[in-house]
Design a protein around this ligand. Structure first.
Ligand SMILES: [Zn+2]
Ligand SMILES: [Zn+2]
Length: 597
């Protein structure tokens, strides 16, 4: 996995400190300008790091008090002066030891700490006007190039993300080539705030949080219904495609993790439990255990491919400071599967997985983007294995007619992979799915099958998850749909609203017919005004409201309303039930009941 921008700044390990692409370069340069403005206005601050991030940049400063909104306005003002002055960014090289002395004299302890961690004889400094920073670059030629920018917010952030370290003050900003792009971005941020799944989760009673288990949702009936629907969707489609579902233990002896290599490389992310003098760990992934299922029988070439789905409950020890709603949790369930196949089957398996990816995302109106990552410098496996696997991934993408980005050298050390991002309705990208070829685990666990020639051979293992985790996917869907879920996913699919108490008996009959047809219906016969009850159903994003009164009762009909506010007039109850059941059964993304002729 590529190092994050933060890691790159802390280690300065690569050729460049920043991604040397135009937009990150612009944003990173803007962070220098912001730091220059901050040191002008608050000379007592100490500088930390200022990376470009997705859609923007930040800089962290040691400062006793947080920045106030009026500080941000002043900083932005000073930044405009710096941009106007058009200072060139100039690079100078300095022996590391000299740079340490330089920053010691300037009383910049974080720069000194970073320098002490750099394993290089020479480092580079960049100056613009009166400001100097330790940096590998690259930057834009001069501060005048940074014309379209905005500071967005400030917050506390621990040095190196560790709560044992000093708390720094971070300012987030964004920079774009044009005013239109900035405006579009600001609109997206505004829209994202309205759609925030943490807010909607509260309003729609989907889940709650408790400090007895940080980073783990307590699913409420409404949210759990959605998880159940997604699980049902996964199971139905996988059953039809020759997958077999297994279920493996959550608490697993450390021996297994030693054999898989997780103990060596991943132990700090695992929760451990002492049991009768032995150490167990809560599984952070399902893979090693699926190999136990593979090994439980002698496998022949005829048995392959074996496709084991395992929707196991996983735990990863994320730092409490990084937990964010459903997007970063400590406990989650993946729609995980491991496919074991022969080399000659690999391309067909990948092709089928990509087909599944396309079909699944289409159901939600999410657009997928594909990235193929190939062999890195340090790797396991033979050249022949890599050639075969990379060709299989390329060809599977081509067979599916998919456009993809190529990330040469970005594969895992144990095999090439395809990562899939999705774009939601407001244009945000989320990385959720991955199809990962693995040469290492079959070796570590000595997996074999007997080939046509009677020889024992190693199968190829493919890891794949499409929704990623149900938790995060529900979070993404909540924001994508702004809580107005397709009917099949909606916790409450229809609400029956009698105009007055007089129509209670008929309303109850309609409600019962919906329930018997398997529709998640509710009856709202509270003694409240109809308008109030309609508004409330709309706030709850209930797809259909079935209003009933005298006329409807006489005609065995309902007055049908969509949550969008559309009033479709009188529709016979039978038709509503039939069309509703069909819409739910087809997992339609749009509301169709009462619309057709
Ligand atoms: Zn820089
Ligand atoms: Zn796996």
């Amino acid at each position: 996995m590529a190092a994050s921008e933060e890691d790159r700044h802390l280690t300065l390990a690569g050729e460049f400190d920043c991604i040397p692409e135009p937009l990150p370069t612009l944003r990173h340069s803007a962070s220098h300008v912001m730091a220059q403005a901050v040191t002008r206005l608050f000379p007592e601050v100490k500088l930390s790091i200022g990376p470009a991030i997705e859609d923007g940049f930040y800089y962290d400063f040691l400062k006793p008090a947080p920045f106030l909104p009026e500080d941000l306005a002043r900083i932005e003002e000073t930044m405009r002066e710096i941009v106007k002055a058009d200072y060139p960014f100039t690079r100078e090289e300095m022996p590391r030891e000299a740079a340490i002395r330089f920053f010691e004299e300037r009383q910049e302890p974080f720069k000194v700490e970073i320098l002490r961690g750099i394993d290089a004889p020479t480092v580079s400094l960049y100056r613009q006007g009166d400001f100097v920073d330790l940096c590998r670059g690259p930057h834009v030629p001069s501060t005048g190039a940074i014309t379209v920018f905005k500071l967005l917010s400030s917050s506390g952030a621990y040095w190196r993300g560790d709560e044992k370290n000093p708390m720094l003050q971070r300012i987030y900003g964004t920079a774009w080539p044009t005013r239109e792009e900035l405006d579009k971005h600001l609109w997206r941020l505004e829209e994202a705030k309205k759609r925030d799944h943490r807010k909607l989760g509260r309003e729609l009673d989907l889940f709650l949080w408790s400090d007895v288990s940080p980073g783990t949702p307590f699913w409420l009936p409404n949210g759990w219904l959605m998880v159940r629907e997604l699980e049902r969707f996964v199971r139905e489609t996988l059953d039809a495609r020759g997958y077999q579902e297994i279920s493996t233990p959550i608490l697993v002896n450390k021996r297994l993790w030693e054999q898989s290599g997780h103990w060596e490389h991943y132990a700090e992310n695992m929760f451990t439990v002492a049991v009768e003098d032995e150490v167990f760990a809560l599984k952070p992934m399902n893979c090693p255990e699926s190999t136990i299922v593979y090994r439980h029988a002698l496998r022949s070439y005829r048995d392959l491919p074996l496709r084991y789905a395992d929707m196991g409950r996983l735990h990863r020890n994320e730092r409490s400071g990084t937990l964010t709603g459903l997007f970063r949790v400590r406990q989650f369930t993946q729609d995980d599967a491991h496919v074991y196949c022969r080399p000659d089957q690999l391309q067909d398996e990948i092709t089928a997985m990509l087909d599944l990816v396309r079909e699944w995302y289409k159901t939600f109106g999410l657009d997928p983007f594909y990235k193929l990552s190939t062999r890195p410098e340090k790797r396991l496996g033979s050249e022949e294995q890599w050639d075969g696997a990379e060709a299989a991934l390329h060809d599977a993408l081509r067979v599916n007619g998919l456009v993809y980005d190529l990330n040469p050298g970005d594969g895992a050390f144990y095999g090439p992979k395809i990562d899939i991002d999705i774009q939601d309705v407001i244009g945000r990208r989320w990385q959720i799915a991955t199809v990962q070829v693995d040469f290492a685990q079959p070796d570590r666990f000595a997996l074999e099958y007997i080939d046509t020639d009677g020889q024992a051979k190693r199968p190829i293992m493919v890891h794949r998850a499409i929704f990623g985790s149900f938790e995060r996917f529900v979070g993404i869907l909540t924001e994508h749909f702004a809580g107005a879920f397709p009917t099949w996913l909606a916790p409450v699919q229809a609400r029956v609203l009698p105009i007055s108490q007089k129509h209670g008996v008929y309303a109850k009959g309609v409600f019962t017919r919906l329930r018997s047809a398997g529709v998640r219906a509710e009856l709202d016969d509270r003694n409240e005004k109809l308008g109030y009850r309609i508004r409330e159903a709309q706030v709850r994003k209930v797809p259909y409201m079935l209003v009933v009164g005298e006329r409807e009762a006489q005609n065995d009909a309902v007055s049908l309303r969509h949550r969008t506010g559309d009033d479709l007039g009188a529709v016979p109850v039978d038709r509503v039930v039939t069309e509703l059941v069909a819409e739910i059964g087809s997992r339609s993304a749009t509301l169709t009941v009462g619309r057709s002729a």
